[in-house]
Design a protein around this ligand. Structure first.
Ligand code: SAM
Length: 195
């Protein structure tokens, strides 16, 4: 996949320095990933697919001032969204030392003033409100709603990166308004009282 061409053809509005940041991020991730097992994306093609998947929601998300990503791992989707949304204050929550250290390194090396890295499990954090809560490949929707309950109010939105199981997950006991945005490989679940 040519990331730049694909994102341009989707008309996704990104800041001028997005691809510079992505390039530096990819170089660092390849180096770190040789020593530490940070992500399953081991080649450029897969990494580009992960980055596309992470940033695609910029095409449908409302403007938000604050975002928390639960279980960011090596950076998906929270770090990639931080490159795309420089005016949004982004909190990346990741308890594993190696992964949190990598995120902290990327923040410092790329000078990302909009990023905070929290090396904790989300349930260990002090309650605080966010406009948007994201998560990919951490746990199911019911558990994510539970884990995020101290961090959202009636104005907040949640965006979970899901597969086809999403239909079972929303069918079971879902009281919140929701939308599912489908692409070829992804079902994005957007939830909120004000959708
Ligand atoms: C399978 S990885 C997915 C990482 C990344 N979101 C991605 O899609 O590549 C799950 C991550 O969630 C983190 N995690 C698990 N439970 C968590 C919790 N309670 N709070 C915050 N992070 C958690 C793990 O440390 C791990 O890095």
């Amino acid at each position: 996949m040519d990331l730049k061409t694909t994102l341009a053809s989707d008309k996704i509005d990104l800041p001028n320095d997005f691809f510079q940041k992505v390039q530096k991020y990819k170089e660092h991730l390849f180096k770190w990933n040789k020593i530490h097992n940070l992500t399953g994306a081991k080649n450029e093609q897969t990494l580009n697919e992960f980055i596309y998947d992470a940033v695609f929601p910029v095409s449908f998300l409302p403007k938000v001032d604050s975002l928390m990503d639960i279980g960011t791992g090596a950076g998906f989707p929270g770090m990639i969204l931080a490159f795309a949304l420089p005016d949004t204050k982004i909190t990346l929550v990741e308890p594993l030392t190696k992964r949190a250290s990598f995120l902290q390194f990327i923040k410092a090396d790329l000078g990302l003033e909009n990023v905070s890295v929290v090396k904790k499990r989300v349930e260990e954090m002090e309650p605080q409100m966010f406009d948007l809560i994201t998560s990919r490949a951490v746990t199911d929707t019911k558990m994510l709603l539970n884990l995020s309950k101290n961090f959202r109010d009636e104005h907040s939105k949640l965006l979970f990166y899901k597969g086809e199981k999403v239909f079972d997950e929303v069918a079971a006991d879902m009281h919140m308004k929701h939308k599912i945005i489908e692409t070829k490989n992804r079902h994005y679940l957007l939830l909120g009282e004000e959708l």
